[in-house]
Design a binder for this molecule. Structure first.
Ligand SMILES: Cc1cc2nc3c(=O)[nH]c(=O)nc-3n(C[C@H](O)[C@H](O)[C@H](O)COP(=O)(O)OP(=O)(O)OC[C@H]3O[C@@H](n4cnc5c(N)ncnc54)[C@H](O)[C@@H]3O)c2cc1C
Length: 383
């Protein structure tokens, strides 16, 4: 491969494949390297579903960013001829009048984004499975919904390949070769050297270890999820009738039934910090978490609480201290870039992250203001 005009992207998660796809559209010769397959079940993007919401409380910056991502997701739907983003709406249960949901409502209103404010009686009529005493009111926005995560990776990888992107699976990068001018090459675990003009590191929760000399302030937490099968009335939990739901106060969220009639339910709170993700824990389910899920369901969707068929699924967050992302050039390498620290809420933005990163590589700046995501906010210390 000629080094001129070439970019190596380390990591074939959603951020890596989206960046590669946009770089290819900008005429770059791109190779994605992944330690496993693209997609794979250990990556954060290798899971089944992710929430796509336009609501971020008072934080209108992320609402704007989700709005920029929306047409790009719809473009992916069209190009892949699949429903990757499914706009079945997001229903958010509010515990009080003046909280996260009312701030979100104000931002939606200001931006002319469609929404409904529903009282418990209206919810009961529309979605009879909910206990109307569990919440005070609910915010519904029909433009939100869910993304089919691993399918999004596969679909992007496929359209990127059609545009000439090469994908090399089972290539684990173990070191970065640098000189005074920047990153010169990467070395994989088999000793092979990979050279390019530019490099993008989008290695998810492995990024801290891969770029260890930069001491990125990324902490990995273990996040638990449950897949459970409603005992009855499964039809009314289908995506056409049942939006994604969240309760900010309870830190829970869940999805409609997917294939095989299972519902995914998860806890939004940060899990236990771990030094390193343990892939053997992938299907683990702690009895304490199962109990917590039953408790949430007893309160919100009582008919679902006595579930009998279920399975655990663990995923890992790559958290920054402020939960804002890292999308930047490496401080001592003008030809190398990093996109990581997505802190458990990055998926919905992936197309706009990929586009912005590609612009940064090609033009040195992006249409989206990336100031909030710069590395310098952490004052990184070099060894
Ligand atoms: C439980 C959970 C729930 C979430 N829910 C939501 C949600 O509802 N909405 C939302 O917007 N976001 C959500 N997120 C966040 C979102 O899933 C992530 O931000 C996003 O998937 C991160 O994508 P990525 O490409 O950065 O990383 P990943 O998908 O983890 O991909 C990184 C890739 O890099 C590869 N790699 C790593 N190291 C190397 C190496 N040394 N050499 C070669 N390859 C390497 C890996 O194999 C992997 O394929 C959630 C995350 C989790 C864990």
């Amino acid at each position: 491969m000629s080094v001129n005009n070439s970019v190596i992207v380390v990591g074939g998660g959603i951020m890596g494949v989206q960046t590669a796809w946009h770089l290819a559209q900008m005429g770059r010769s791109v190779t994605i390297l992944d330690q496993f397959d693209v997609p794979n079940q250990w990556a954060a993007s290798g899971d089944l579903l992710r929430v796509f919401r336009l609501t971020y409380g008072k934080d209108a910056f992320y609402t704007e960013m989700a709005l920029k991502a929306l047409p790009l997701w719809l473009e992916l739907n069209a190009l892949s001829e699949e429903t990757i983003l499914q706009q079945n709406g997001v229903l958010e249960f509010a515990a009080k009048d003046n909280g996260y949901e009312s701030h979100s409502l104000a931002v939606l209103k200001e931006r002319n984004i469609r929404f409904e404010r529903l009282d418990p009686a209206q919810i009961r009529r529309r979605y009879p499975m909910y206990n109307p005493r569990a919440f005070k009111w609910a915010l519904f926005h029909p433009d939100g919904g869910m993304t089919w995560a691993s399918r999004a990776v596969a679909a992007t990888a496929s359209i990127a390949q059609r545009k000439g992107v090469r994908i090399r699976s089972n290539v684990r990068i173990v070191s970065v070769v640098k000189d005074k001018t920047g990153v010169r090459a990467l070395k994989d675990s088999a000793g092979k050297i990979w050279e390019a003009e530019n490099f993008v590191f989008a290695a998810g929760y492995w990024t801290g270890a891969l770029l260890r000399s930069y001491r990125l302030p990324i902490k990995v937490t273990k996040q638990e999820q449950i897949f459970l099968r409603p005992l009855s009335n499964r039809g009314r939990y289908r995506p056409e009738h049942f939006p994604v739901f969240t309760s900010h106060a309870q830190a829970f969220y869940g999805f409609p039934v997917h294939l095989h009639g299972f519902i995914k339910l998860s806890d939004r709170g940060k899990g236990r910090e771990v030094k390193k993700a343990d892939p053997d824990e992938l299907r683990e389910l702690a009895p304490k978490f199962e109990k917590k899920c039953r408790g949430f369901l007893r309160r919100f969707i009582p008919e679902m609480a006595p579930f009998t068929e279920f399975e655990g699924h663990v995923c890992w967050y790559d958290n920054t201290p402020d939960d804002d992302f890292i999308i930047d050039r490496l401080p001592d390498a003008p030809n190398a870039f990093v996109a990581a620290g997505f802190s458990g809420h990055g998926f919905k933005f992936a197309p706009v992250v990929g586009k912005s990163l590609a612009e940064l590589v090609v033009a040195g700046k992006s249409e989206l203001n990336l100031h909030r995501f710069r590395l310098a906010r952490f004052k990184p210390r070099r060894r």
